[in-house]
Design a protein around this ligand. Sequence first.
Ligand SMILES: Nc1ncnc2c1ncn2[C@@H]1O[C@H](COP(=O)(O)OP(=O)(O)OP(=O)(O)O)[C@@H](O)[C@H]1O
Ligand SMILES: [Mg+2]
Length: 152
Amino acid sequence: MTIERIVKTEEDMLALGKRIAERLDRHGFIALYGDLGAGKTVFARGVAQSFGVDHVSSPTFTIVCEYPTEPKLYHFDAYRLSDADELYAIGYEDYLKERSLILMEWANLVESALPNERLDVSIVGSGMDARTVRIVPHGTRTEEIFHEDSCI
Ligand SMILES: Nc1ncnc2c1ncn2[C@@H]1O[C@H](COP(=O)(O)OP(=O)(O)OP(=O)(O)O)[C@@H](O)[C@H]1O
Ligand SMILES: [Mg+2]
């Protein structure tokens, strides 16, 4: 099942990220897909807004940014990883066990490390063009939240 949305502006992308985080009750796993400049970090900033976090920097050089929210917010970026093992080396498994919200930019680069219960969010488009966002839920809980006619 795929939910598709056209997102015309950065503000609308922020709002979409915020709504989706709230719909997930701010815990779960969101895998973000899309090329350079697609809007993954903008979406992540929207998610962070639902936690009251205003300043989100890209974790490209640090692998993960942690926010001391309740639940915790973990923002990963797999762009510079050579493979999923580098995630496990920094204790990825422990992050997954927590009741937290995890965002993974460049999820396609660490496909084997993605949990079965997750929301895939793919963003297509660049520059100032409108983006096409495809949302695909996986796993019992996430599928229940994002069913066919859920309005997001
Ligand atoms: N509709 C839109 N949705 C999201 N971003 C948009 C939109 N229109 C324009 N933009 C711009 O596109 C850029 C998206 O950048 P962003 O850093 O979020 O991309 P990214 O997918 O995280 O790239 P990277 O892989 O380099 O981390 C921002 O500069 C934003 O202002
Ligand atoms: Mg980014």
